[in-house]
Design a binder for this molecule. Sequence first.
Ligand SMILES: Cc1cc2nc3c(=O)[nH]c(=O)nc-3n(C[C@H](O)[C@H](O)[C@H](O)COP(=O)(O)OP(=O)(O)OC[C@H]3O[C@@H](n4cnc5c(N)ncnc54)[C@H](O)[C@@H]3O)c2cc1C
Ligand SMILES: NC(=O)c1ccc[n+]([C@@H]2O[C@H](COP(=O)([O-])OP(=O)(O)OC[C@H]3O[C@@H](n4cnc5c(N)ncnc54)[C@H](O)[C@@H]3O)[C@@H](O)[C@H]2O)c1
Length: 443
Amino acid sequence: MDKFDVVVIGAGPGGSALAYALKAQNKKVAIVEENLWGGTCPNRGCDPKKVILAAVDARRRAQNLVGKGLQSAPVIDWPALIGFEKTFTDPVSDGTKKGLQTAGITVIDGSVKFVDKHTILADQTKVVADKFVIATGARPKLLDVDGKRYFETSTDFLKMTAMPHSITFVGGGYIAFEFAAMASAAGADVHIVHHNDRPLKAFAKADVDRLIAQLEDNGVHFHFGVDISRIENNADGYELVSAQGFSLQTDKVFCTAGRIPNDDTLALDKVGVEFSNRGIKVNDHLQTASENIFALGDVLDKSQPKLTPVSGFEAQYLAELFAGQTQAIQYPAIPTVVYGTPRLAMVGLSVEKAEAQKDNYTIQNLDLTGWFTYHRLNEPLAHATVITSKKTGAVVGASLMSGEADELINYFAMAINRQLTPENLKRTIFAYPTTASDLTYLM
Ligand SMILES: Cc1cc2nc3c(=O)[nH]c(=O)nc-3n(C[C@H](O)[C@H](O)[C@H](O)COP(=O)(O)OP(=O)(O)OC[C@H]3O[C@@H](n4cnc5c(N)ncnc54)[C@H](O)[C@@H]3O)c2cc1C
Ligand SMILES: NC(=O)c1ccc[n+]([C@@H]2O[C@H](COP(=O)([O-])OP(=O)(O)OC[C@H]3O[C@@H](n4cnc5c(N)ncnc54)[C@H](O)[C@@H]3O)[C@@H](O)[C@H]2O)c1
């Protein structure tokens, strides 16, 4: 094989976006993938999850309107729903690979290991390049407890063809809250076991407490301050046990205690790239300790949330860097959403940080359940916390909770990144009645 200008390792949303952008600059580009082309998001993450959510949302919306125009809520047919989901995921890998090939990018199947700073092995294939970009993402972390082989992962959940009677998630993060909402809507007895009393710790505590109360109303059981030490397989399924005497019988147990970066299988010690179980260390140009090797996406050790659009943003940055621009990466305010029922979304300055600097910020807490947008849907929980700068009047942060929060948060992201003030907003006409038409009352 000839020498490439750039070889991208990992064909997830980050790696694929970079390969396309570099090809558009007429660079000689190859991309290597060891598993499913397209990576986590479209095969076993965001997209299949959102397909399942369509049915879960339909049931929740109908439930809220029972007695107010609807007689009953539809029942989720889980096997059919997973069948529908498969129509989205099945074509992804081949389609992604073909798309890259058609664009003139060299595609290589194989698991990468570095040989030296300019050479890798993709299985047995030797590939030489000026630059490498590591975009290998992350995989589910399995807690190191006795019987950890009984843990299933988010990938298994999204392929599960029958909903068990009872289901347990160990670790209360994004995945547990989202999947708990789905499993509970599909009729399972759902448990979340969390090691301390502060799940979803990046989100505002008051909102997380509201979300927990809402899930509890829907029948989800929370077990806080429990450190599982053992999983036993018995005739009825699995028993989860802690050293402090906690015991829980369940049909299926999922480990949802975070993800670990795929940086430990690349033989990075051979090329001087610094890495740990938090990810690959890069400077503010996404460059590793080895000057011709860069990294992006979920595999990074970074403070930004590990999300698909963040990987895409970093891919765009590297494409511009390789085209000659020299500025350090500057991230905008990044919206993050827990796609539960309801959604919990935040962007910009956190409520906790604003509360610690009350002289600088105004914090507005709004119960939205009586507002027309939410009242017409009879939503039981709709809330907004909006933070504005006392100095400029501009909105700097928001924490939103409702069935519509995942869409509404994007307007806040735009307002924060464009430094919009209430005065700017008043000069915009939004279609009415929509969630956006509430903005002038929210900011
Ligand atoms: C259940 C779930 C739900 C999610 N929901 C959302 C959501 O709603 N919104 C959102 O923004 N984000 C969501 N995410 C996160 C999102 O999927 C990731 O942030 C995104 O996929 C990261 O993209 P990436 O390109 O950095 O890595 P990945 O998508 O993980 O791609 C990395 C690729 O590298 C390959 N690879 C690894 N090691 C090697 C090797 N040695 N050689 C060759 N190839 C290798 C992998 O096989 C993989 O295909 C979710 C994740 C999960 C698990
Ligand atoms: N909507 C989204 O954008 C979305 C959805 C799903 C996943 N993701 C991405 O995937 C990542 C992984 O999701 P996740 O939910 O697995 O991880 P997470 O990091 O969101 O949450 C894991 C939780 O497990 C807890 N935990 C750790 N050790 C534990 C133990 N021994 N016992 C019990 N609890 C324990 C942690 O305190 C943490 O709250 C996310 O951080 C995010 O980057 C994003």
